[in-house]
Design a protein around this ligand. Structure first.
Ligand SMILES: Cc1cc2nc3c(=O)[nH]c(=O)nc-3n(C[C@H](O)[C@H](O)[C@H](O)COP(=O)(O)OP(=O)(O)OC[C@H]3O[C@@H](n4cnc5c(N)ncnc54)[C@H](O)[C@@H]3O)c2cc1C
Length: 103
């Protein structure tokens, strides 16, 4: 359930499952929630305005969280369709490889 941007309104900001609750197939929901807290703190510390910080926070998080949500759904659908184990493993490995990138 990836929420469309924006994830903030004024000084109110959403994070974690509130904006990117995911299927369990990559076991990464908590990881995303922890990362997003770190990124939000970093951007609030380095930006001179709250609006700028929240924009930068979203810019850094949206695509990565979308990848987790969409990859998890794709893996789940393939499992339900009794997809080939190698194909399922390929989706998981690809997603985990992308998640290894610095955030
Ligand atoms: C069965 C299961 C297994 C999972 N396994 C994994 C795993 O292996 N690895 C992984 O990375 N992720 C896993 N997840 C996902 C992970 O738990 C979530 O992605 C993560 O907890 C999201 O963190 P969050 O802080 O966004 O939300 P939450 O952890 O849901 O925290 C929200 C908090 O807000 C509180 N709250 C709600 N409404 C109010 C209110 N009105 N006022 C005050 N407080 C309120 C709630 O009580 C809760 O404590 C799993 C989830 C489930 C359900």
């Amino acid at each position: 359930m990836l929420q469309p941007r924006p994830w903030s309104n004024g000084r109110v900001v959403l994070l974690g499952d509130a904006v990117h609750a995911t299927a369990p197939h990559l076991a990464s929901g908590a990881g995303m929630a922890v990362e997003i807290g770190i990124v939000l703190a970093e951007e609030l510390a380095r930006n001179s305005s709250v609006a700028g910080a929240l924009r930068a926070y979203e810019d850094r998080r949206f695509d990565r969280c979308r990848d987790v949500v969409e990859s998890s759904v794709a893996i789940g659908k393939l499992q339900l369709a009794h997809g080939a184990p190698g194909q399922i493993a390929g989706l998981i490995e690809g997603a985990l490889h992308r998640l290894n990138a610095p955030y």
